[in-house]
Design a protein around this ligand. Structure first.
Ligand code: SF4
Length: 317
């Protein structure tokens, strides 16, 4: 984790938290962390088990910076890394936790608060967060413990909250992550149709986030054609997932605009056997939609050859 990165849409990566339990098959971070696994005992005094969403998760805290991945890919807070952005005087666009999902359901609230406080100490930078489960951007059950860090004031104007969507394979996962709750109208819809996931993903329940972006990386299917199963009798619904995602919403009392302010798209890199190569027409459909909605689109270098003269790298700032 450091000032230099190969990721082309940011200037630097910063990993105060590493490790993730989502288990995506194409995960490059897991391979790296396992290769450099410090093989520290998972039962030491810095380890504990947390319960979230009805499951137990092993997590760790490293007080000092001795090894990059002391517990391999098991979620770890590295306290010694929290002040790193303060040492970068020149403003950077920082991808926070490129080696983790900081909003995975196993991440304790206090870890998130520690990271957000560290961001506040170095306000010269722009911070880019990315998760597969944006639900937790807005879920702060114990927020009275952190005055000034409720969901309503934690995300400042220099913070960009992103969500990754790679294709339809995420939807069964979403059902497992957000199981059926008969008391919850949205959950009930979600169980039947994944609507709950889409709703959360769209950021509709996190209106206080100033900037949102969508990352379609790696693109694994024609996401503009992924159908939203909707045999639910929802009046006025839409048929395609992306129609829903790009739907305009009330962003502030005075402003209606699309939910996302920026879209990133890229192909899977590396030599994985089951790698899916995005077709040009898949990317073009997304590009046309972004153009219609006036949303900047950043194509990763991995798409340069496929896209030819249609390749473009746009930033929203
Ligand atoms: S969410 Fe990211 S870090 Fe976690 S397994 Fe998937 S690709 Fe890896």
């Amino acid at each position: 984790m450091g000032a230099r990165t190969k990721i082309d849409w940011c200037d630097a990566t910063w990993n105060p938290i590493t490790g993730c339990y989502h288990g995506c098959e194409y995960c490059y971070a897991r391979s790296i962390a396992r290769r450099f696994d410090g093989k520290i005992s998972r039962d030491d005094i810095f380890s504990r088990t947390v319960t979230a969403c009805g499951r137990e998760w092993r997590i760790h805290e490293a007080e000092y910076e001795v090894l990059p991945y002391p517990y391999g890919f098991e979620p770890t807070l590295h306290r010694g890394r929290l002040d790193i952005p303060q040492g970068w005087k020149k403003p950077k666009n920082i991808f926070v936790c490129s080696m983790a999902d900081m909003y995975g359901r196993w991440v304790p609230d206090e870890w998130k608060v520690e990271v957000l406080k560290a961001c506040a100490k170095a306000p010269q930078h722009r911070y880019l967060f990315l998760t597969k489960d944006p639900t937790w951007y807005g879920f702060w059950p114990n927020n009275e413990k952190w005055p000034g860090y409720t969901e309503f004031d934690a995300y400042t104007d220099n913070m960009w909250c992103g969500v990754t969507y790679t294709g339809s394979e995420r939807l069964p996962w979403a059902q497992e992550e957000h199981p059926f709750n008969p008391e919850d109208q949205m959950s009930r819809l979600g169980t039947a149709s994944n609507f709950w996931y889409l709703w959360r993903m769209s950021g509709a329940i996190t209106p206080y986030i100033k900037h949102r972006f969508l990352s379609v990386e790696p693109m694994r299917c024609d996401i503009m054609e992924v159908k939203n199963e909707r045999d639910l009798g929802i009046q006025g619904g839409v048929e395609r997932l992306m129609d829903e995602i790009f739907l305009k919403s009330q962003r502030t009392p005075f402003e209606i605009r699309p939910i996302f302010d920026w879209v990133i798209v890229g192909a899977e890199t590396g030599n994985r056997k089951d790698k899916v190569k995005p077709r040009k027409e898949w990317v073009m459909k997304l590009a046309i939609r972004c153009e219609q909605e006036n949303i900047p689109l950043f194509m990763k270098e991995s798409l340069r050859e496929t896209m030819g003269s249609d390749f473009r790298q746009e930033f929203p700032w």
